[in-house]
Design a protein around this ligand. Sequence first.
Ligand SMILES: Nc1ncnc2c1ncn2[C@@H]1O[C@H](COP(=O)(O)OP(=O)(O)OP(=O)(O)O)[C@@H](O)[C@H]1O
Length: 571
Amino acid sequence: MLALYWRKFVLPYRSLVSTAIFCFIIASVAGLAAPIIIKILIDGALAKGDMSYLSTITGGIVVLYFIRGIFFYIYGLTMAKAGNESLSKMRQSMFDKLQSLDYAYFVNMPAGEIISLFTNDLWLIQQAVTLGIPDLLVESLNLLATMLIMIYFDWQLALVTFITLPFIIAAIAFFNKRIALMGTLVEHTLAKLTGILHQSLLSVRVVQSYVREDYEYQKFSLKIYQVAGDYLKVQRLNAILVPLVEFLAALGLTIIIWFGGREVINGSLSIGGMFAFLVYIINVPAPVRKISQAISMMKLGTVAWQRIGSLRQQSSMIQEGDKELKQVTGKVEFKNVSFSYSPDLGILKDINIAANPGDIIAIVGPSGAGKSSFANLLLRFYDPTGGSIYLDDVDIRTYTTQSVRKYMGFIQQDPILFNATIFENIRYGRPSASYSQVERVAKLANAHDFIMELPKGYNSVIGELGSNLSGGQRQRLAIARAIIMEPSILILDEPTASLDAHAEKQVMEAIRNASVGRTTFIITHRLSTLNAADTIVYLDHGRIVEMGTHTELLAKDGYYAKAVQLQELHV
Ligand SMILES: Nc1ncnc2c1ncn2[C@@H]1O[C@H](COP(=O)(O)OP(=O)(O)OP(=O)(O)O)[C@@H](O)[C@H]1O
């Protein structure tokens, strides 16, 4: 544990940490000298009745504590600076790592757990770094110095004192171990609580429309009581720890008073000496307690560090190429592609598709056939488990994922928009785009007219996830946002699935405009919209069972023709 903090915190911030320790030593020397001054005060000034000596000594005490105060202030500030800097860097690198992780990571990891890493775990590390480490460092030094002074003063009395110390330390160690264990438990429950909160925030509409508020409330309450119960256990242990340490210290004190009193009566120790010794002893429990708390903070921090470490060690499942894709005409080829999310479950099997630049390819088929998985492969959210995908005859794994995605515009069923102006949302992928470029793509995406009807036009701020726009409007903004990147390939995954007929018509018009000159893959259930497709690929159970134009497939009277008939029947 100590090696971890040494490597991660002390070494990288050694200049700040050593300044802090230096200031602390000065402050401590001033503090440790106080009992000696009291001894001089009692044996020198009070016993002899020297008034001017008394004034000099009391003045000295004020100066001493003033110096101590200043150096303690610098110590606290420097240590906090080191702690804050290290945490800011950690937050930054965690966020950076998060951004670089595969899509698969986010699919498998509940969002609440990720949020908990950034909140609870970082808070635990913050406690460990800004309170735990400084306390451990300085209080250990404090304790050591106090013990050395005590030995110097009266080694026999010091020996008696030190016999009680191991008992105190053993008791603390026992409780600390239990506190750390309980802390881990609290951590897990808190992460689950955050998860429930996150989920209910995301699904507020579903909860309200199903009138399940009570159920969600019960679910949340149950976890709250679990967290409170676990916390209580930790707090109970903490509550026992403090009086126990103090009791043991008081016991030790009584023994020492007896031995010290005997020495004073024998004449081998002055009254001032015994008084000063007692002040040192009274000073022992505080550093011991702080050290024990620091150790438990650092233990909790270590667990948090391990959890964060597992995020940092997440490796990419995607095979990252080293070439930058500079230009692409839009020729796409799937050759013998197969894919599965887990080894035992094949999702796509032997997929062969060739699209020429500007082609419109429709991917259709029943639910669960593998259509979205097809898009995931093209977007490089996953790599095929067999075969290859080629862009202009080059395997896409040759290129960096980011450079491939720059040439792809992706539009999904429920577009995610950011809580910013429409202007900023549209130029999200191209922050340097001018107003006229934004307006041009908005017109192409059939969005300009409704934008102009808003009170602030392009400067209208849209709510989080675009919640104050209609589904069709959000989709048209998403199309504008995709085409401002001038992608050579457009991938649309059920772009009109959640829209009514009127909104669908407007979005389909936007798609037609957007697809001009770009290879377009459209995944859809709405077969009535596919007349313009150059090729329709019918997927079933992960295999291509039919491929051709709308007319060809109708004539074939197979899967596609039946699906069309079925849909017409329902319209
Ligand atoms: N991230 C994932 N991990 C594991 N299995 C998944 C994952 N995503 C999808 N699947 C499974 O892969 C299969 C194909 O899913 P996919 O989403 O590609 O189908 P689809 O044809 O797009 O379906 P739909 O029309 O309902 O959207 C399904 O059985 C699904 O349960």
